[in-house]
Write a protein that binds this ligand. Sequence first.
Ligand SMILES: Nc1ncnc2c1ncn2[C@@H]1O[C@H](COP(=O)(O)OP(=O)(O)OP(=O)(O)O)[C@@H](O)[C@H]1O
Length: 360
Amino acid sequence: MKQRGIEAELHTDFADFSLGVSLSLPGRGVSALFGPSGSGKTSCLRALAGLMRARGFVRFADEIWQDDAKGVFVPAHRRAIGVVFQEASLFAHLSVRGNVEYGLRRVPPAQRRIALEQAIELLGIAPLLERRPQTLSGGERQRVAIARALAVSPRLLLMDEPLSALDVGRKEEIIPYLERLPHELDLPIVYVSHAPDEVARLADYLVVLRTGKVLASGPLQEVLVLLDTPIRLGEEAGVVLQGNVAEHDETWALMCVAFLGGRLWVRREDLPLGAPLRLRVLARDVSLARSPHQDTNVLNMLPARVEEIGEDDHPADALVRLTVGESALLARVTRRSVARLDLHPGQTVWAQIKAVAVLR
Ligand SMILES: Nc1ncnc2c1ncn2[C@@H]1O[C@H](COP(=O)(O)OP(=O)(O)OP(=O)(O)O)[C@@H](O)[C@H]1O
């Protein structure tokens, strides 16, 4: 059964900015609010949380949190939410344990869906419990902040750029914890980010915001391949493929990932056969050929169908939307190649993807 999610109409006017969005987010998985700085992501999140009062309507599952027409506004502390911000604001005078337990008092035992121990285990912070926040790394502090948000047993977790203050290494350290959360806890997450790599890794549903408006929204894979809206991911344009580890090649340190539509060889990771994973294939790393080449170093050569050819940011380039089996791919090629290969919708081509170019 489809879980009821979030329905919201949010309007607000600041001196130099107006927000006017209609959101319909699924009741499970990670919904990303994605857009450049100043597009209104944080304003949306704060209005959903009740931390900022926009005009409109907010429903979460079967609860009305705001309905201006009926004069309803449930204050933030009465909404069953956990909120995580960019910087973890932990209490310096409390240990990690004290921080995580903070707030638990206001949750009646009958409403505790997430045990404290489970939050601690999920974020891997058991070894840190007696430490003070000042002694933690940025990544550790953020894991504690997430555990603290979970400890109050929210029905919805709201995260505002939780990784943006961290360097790449720390980010990589936290992402696996975030990947587990929605599945292990059956907890919907609204995740604000301006970083395409985080969105590709974590989001199931994507809302693209620009200047206070929704430019596109839908399941991640569908929105990423829209050519008719100027999502303008630039160098980051590409797709996300959901697959499972199908084979390991110890000799060459490669692994084969099966996805709906084919198989891709990528760099080996220490994952068991069958393990689910996401692969990110950027449009710039996909090249096209009319026949399958044998004399190439490119490991992956997939038969694909050209669906659509769209304009790209630079006038030299075109973005080609392809289907490989049931999956979509994007290829960035020059317009000269489109002409030389006589590319057109309906045509069968070979999509070449270097194994080393596939990202996680
Ligand atoms: N309380 C406020 N008063 C006036 N203007 C505001 C207020 N809050 C936000 N704004 C403006 O609204 C716009 C959107 O801000 P918001 O923080 O929602 O965007 P964002 O997409 O989250 O950006 P960032 O990634 O930089 O945080 C900005 O131009 C901001 O200056």
